[in-house]
Design a protein around this ligand. Structure first.
Ligand code: NAP
Length: 491
């Protein structure tokens, strides 16, 4: 496995400072923290380390810009997004290299993330000019009802490390479209990509103060400094359910609007009438995109007993053939996990499943360092008591469990506090509709291994979150509805 050093010098425009009020600047006290390449464990960059005072300054800038930004013509906001879409698309290689360097995913996947992210800019650029209210007559025939949509106001955006560009774009684009100003706190492990996106948006004409970015190594203290400030009106968070719960508690202080994109534990159901080759294709993507570090990742493979051997054999052959290595190498299919803590957690889950009787069909042990590499792993005959069926694995591990009947499969699929994504392979359309109605999930992939789409409402039910990102619903999260009662015009 090659471990050639990689550096952000390859990406000449990479930015490492705080962006606040339209200015790039150092953190107070010139504090910095380091960002590492998970494939080599080498430092990539020193990044400004925002303090609680920096966060407050960022919120001040967002608050100061809010009034003018809300009054900016929707067409102007739309065209900023369109220019940013063009720029991100034109700079695909630069963004992809940065994503791969700081996050680890293979370059091909990083390019796909760039295309997916850019599409949010285009989609919400189109939505910016379509936000309308309504006029109506009350049932008594006298009062007139005038309903309008208005930006929620200054918003705090908090993003995770696993899709450093997409998670930022999926929040920033609808906020721009709706007319909200923002403070963005990117993940400490991957701040560089969102800083480059910020530069692109500034170059596309985003006015000073509309977007402020505060990378920090002290998330809890820095966020606490502004989340209870009464001038903040909304929090949009993507990350773990545990941190989401804490932020919901803090948001209660001033009753903030909240969007919460939290964890998942997606079931992947394969029925006896499924096209098994198609199911294996879908399983590879649903399991291995981002090395399994996706909230939508298939976490539990529930397979009908009559096809479980065929499915397991074919999935094992495909997973065992994949090339593991640094994402920056063009031949790599599977990059490193994000850090050593994550890799240890994945391996502990595998060991627990094996102790409960699971059979390792491929993989099952960490690869030599440097780099936090873990091989694609298939576990057959997984016991229902195994921890990895209850927790997000966040790694390239596919546990397989057999079932006998459709009601049993649905009950197993729903036996989790999560409800983000689910996948099902069947040729029976009536069954597909029954699954749509009975699976407790925000998103269902029916004979498809990817559910994410900028034109679709992304989000979960149960403890996977609140609100939706993307689709027609995405902009609504940043708008509030206000209405005016107008007296009888004929009185
Ligand atoms: P995380 O630990 O919850 O962190 C997410 C973000 O919250 C990071 O920016 C983090 O900052 C920040 N944070 C952590 N503790 C905080 C606190 N006390 N107060 C304020 N902010 C805090 O999650 P992660 O490990 O980055 O991401 C993986 C999780 O995200 C998984 O559970 C995955 O399922 C979920 N996810 C969900 C979606 C979705 O759309 N539903 C999409 C992607 C990921 P630091 O980086 O400094 O820790």
């Amino acid at each position: 496995m090659s471990t050639k050093p990689s550096t952000i010098r390859d990406v000449e425009t990479a930015e490492t400072r705080i962006y606040e009020g339209g200015q790039w600047r150092d953190a107070q006290g010139a504090r910095t923290f380091q960002v590492f390449d998970p494939a080599t464990e080498m430092p990539l960059a020193s990044v400004a380390d925002a303090t609680p005072d920096d966060a407050l300054a960022a919120l001040n800038s967002a608050v100061a810009a809010q009034r003018d930004w809300a009054r900016t013509a929707p067409r102007v906001r739309s065209e900023i997004l369109r220019r940013a879409f063009d720029a991100v698309t034109a700079r695909t290689e630069e963004f992809a290299a940065l994503i791969t360097l700081e996050m680890g995913k293979p370059l091909a996947e990083a390019r796909a993330e760039v295309a997916y992210s850019a599409e949010f800019l285009r989609w919400f650029g189109e939505e910016a000019v379509r936000s309308t209210g309504r006029f109506g007559t009350a049932p008594d025939g006298r009062t007139r009802l005038l309903v309008g949509k208005f930006p929620v106001g200054p918003t705090l955006l908090i993003t995770p490390w696993n899709f450093p560009l997409a998670m930022a774009a999926r929040k920033i684009a609808p906020a721009i479209a709706a007319g909200c100003t923002m403070v963005l706190k990117p993940a400490a492990l991957t701040p560089l990509t969102s800083l480059l996106l910020t530069r692109v948006l500034a170059d596309a004409g985003l006015p000073p103060g509309v977007l402020n970015v505060i990378p920090t190594s002290s998330a809890a203290q820095t966020v606490s400094a502004i989340i209870t400030d009464p001038r903040l009106r909304k929090v949009s968070f993507t990350g773990s359910t545990e941190v989401g719960r804490r932020l919901l508690g803090q948001s209660a202080t001033h009753v903030l609007r909240t969007s919460m994109e939290l964890g998942g534990n997606a079931p992947f159901l394969v029925f006896d009438d499924a096209d098994i080759d198609a199911a294996v294709d879908g399983a590879i993507v649903a399991k291995l995109r981002n090395m399994g570090q996706a909230c939508t990742a298939a976490n539990r493979f529930l397979v009908h007993e009559s096809v479980v051997e065929e499915f397991t054999d074919k999935l094992t052959d495909r997973m065992a053939a994949l090339v593991v290595g640094p994402g920056i190498d063009p031949d790599t299919h599977i990059g490193p996990l994000i850090d050593e803590v994550s890799r240890r957690k994945v391996h502990d889950l595998v060991l627990d499943a094996v102790e409960h009787g699971a059979v390792v069909r491929t993989g099952g042990a960490p690869l030599p360092s440097p780099g936090h590499f873990y091989p694609p792993t298939v576990l057959a005959d997984v016991d229902p008591g195994s921890c990895l069926l209850r927790e997000e694995i966040f790694g390239p591990v596919a546990p397989i469990i057999r079932f006998e009947t459709e009601p049993e499969a649905i009950a197993m699929a729903n036996s989790t506090e999560y409800g983000l994504a689910a996948y099902a392979y069947t040729r029976d359309t009536a069954r597909g509709l029954r699954l749509m109605e009975q699976l407790e999930t925000g998103m269902l992939g029916l004979n498809v291994g990817v559910v994410s789409n900028p034109a679709a409402p992304f989000g979960g039910v149960k403890q996977s979150g609140l609100g939706r990102e993307g689709g027609l619903e995405g902009i609504e999260e940043y708008l509030e509805t206000r209405y005016t009662a107008v007296g009888d015009p004929y009185a």
